[in-house]
Ligand binder design. Sequence first.
Ligand SMILES: N[C@@H](CCC(=O)N[C@@H](CS)C(=O)NCC(=O)O)C(=O)O
Length: 199
Amino acid sequence: MKLYGSTTSPYVRRIRLYLALNNVSVNDQQFVNLDVFSETGRAQLIKDNPTLKVPYLVDDQQSVFDSRVIFRYLAQKFDQPTISWHEENLLTLIDAANDSFVTLFLLRRSGIDSKEDVLFFNLQNERVAILVEQLNVAITKGDFQQWHYPSICLFCLLDWANLRELYPFEKYEALMTFMENVKAKPELAEQLSETDPRN
Ligand SMILES: N[C@@H](CCC(=O)N[C@@H](CS)C(=O)NCC(=O)O)C(=O)O
């Protein structure tokens, strides 16, 4: 089994941490690090995955695109239960926020100021504001208490968006505490460090 991705992508990191949760240690994972913006990285993507996005997985002859589908594939492979409809909805909130944050990040990398009053920018900014608030409330209501796939996805999103300074998360106490609690878990220390986008 080979996982293709980059070391900075929050979508890739969630799969690496989900593999670790299923006792495939980060060191044992067959991880192919692609720079999706380099010439060789793009050539590989064009050959393997027409969405031109990471992560994707190749297991025997089976290619699997998109983190959500890779999660389903791995859960089935490892005989793990699927997540509830409520958790699916939480995952949809996380994915929507993550997609808009990636868009805002790529706009910044393209030299475009997404704070301007323009429909496309306003839609992204409105979405992230509502979703960050909703995810903060979800934590206060008791979601994300266990280290399972939805928590992994939330952590990867927050840690990456925080690193990229995409949002003032310090105003959201529950989100900050969630992040601190995850980072303080000794049993996760090694895998978090191995998959840290800063390294
Ligand atoms: N829905 C996809 C999103 C993956 C995604 O957006 N990956 C980013 C990296 S964080 C990417 O490959 N971006 C390349 C691009 O947008 O051209 C998933 O869940 O796997």
